[in-house]
Design a protein around this ligand. Sequence first.
Ligand code: FES
Ligand SMILES: [Fe+2]
Length: 393
Amino acid sequence: MHPEHDEGTAYGLPPATHLRELTEVGAGTPMGELLRRYWHPVGLGSDAGAEPKAVRVLGEDLILFRDGAGRAGLLHPRCAHRGASLVYGRVEPEGLRCCYHGWMFDVQGRCVDQPCEPDGGGALRHNVRQPWYPVQERYGLVFAYLGPPQHKPLLPRYDVLEDLGDGEFLEADDSSLGGGGPAIIPCNWLQHFENVVDSFHVPILHGVFSGPQFVAAMAQMPEVRWSEVGHGVRAESWRTLEDGARLHRVTEAVLPTLRVVPSPRLGRFGPVESIGWVLPIDDTHFRIYVAGRVTQAGDIGRMRSRMNGKAWSELSAEEHRRFPGDYEAQVSQGPIAAHSAEHLRTSDRGIALLRRLLRVQLQAVAAGGDPAGIVRDPQQARVSLAHCGNFRL
Ligand code: FES
Ligand SMILES: [Fe+2]
């Protein structure tokens, strides 16, 4: 046997490593600090209610609730008194009351009652603050800012969610539409975010393997051009429609985690109807919150993918293997993709641009500045995304 014939076997393969600075989201990590400079959705408006709800965001466990005045609150779970979890607490008109000794905290963590102390805690209760985060509600979602208070930006507005057509209204969804699987997806968020500008997986994964999963035209091998656009990476693709017209499809991955993906079903042409926030739950789980313009309640949920004519949850193990979709492809890259073993090629240019853009933002934060897409002037808080969509040429 000639030794060269045996090159490249898996024997002695070094342990694979991932790009830690781009993937890990915990407090104090480079990406964790970058992500903490932006607002992230932490629940649907209805998740903030009269029952405390445990949520996990960027590796932090938190408690979401809504007080009697209708204000949403997001508190650290361990009670400032002696650490019992506020998930067992009770929501009252003025705040959330801990189950153990009854301390009560308002939506900004101020202690407003200590019932076992003389005078309900009197003046001393104001010395205590339950750690909290600011929240804002928009588009049917609750957004939170987990970063340094002095760097808090405005929550952006998006034209495609504000310029409503006749009969249109907004609907929000928390089932990870576009993720191709369950609501909580067990892999690193960047695997999904990179997929947004991975234009060439569409004809293969969704065309040859799981499909044609959308419409026939989407299974064509497209012409693709990527560009960096300041707040993100744009992927443009061109295909020929059945009637001979050209389809110009514009998709963007917008900092820090926004997926601006036109419907692959080509139901109608024009600007993108919905956008999705990829929320890193922790290093190895994410979920997607979507908000979009609809004309009928439930339209957002009808965007859910079907493989072999079935919903993902209805597929047998063998069907999952034979009709893999985004979930199977991305989760099978590993809990965190093995970047050291990758071989990026020309068709991965969108991914290379996105990693570069993220690295530039890491440097900006490390240098004490603002990353791209941070807005503090209310005149600038409206982001235009109407150029993204499916357009007939
Ligand atoms: S531990 Fe919460 S009130 Fe004592
Ligand atoms: Fe996909």
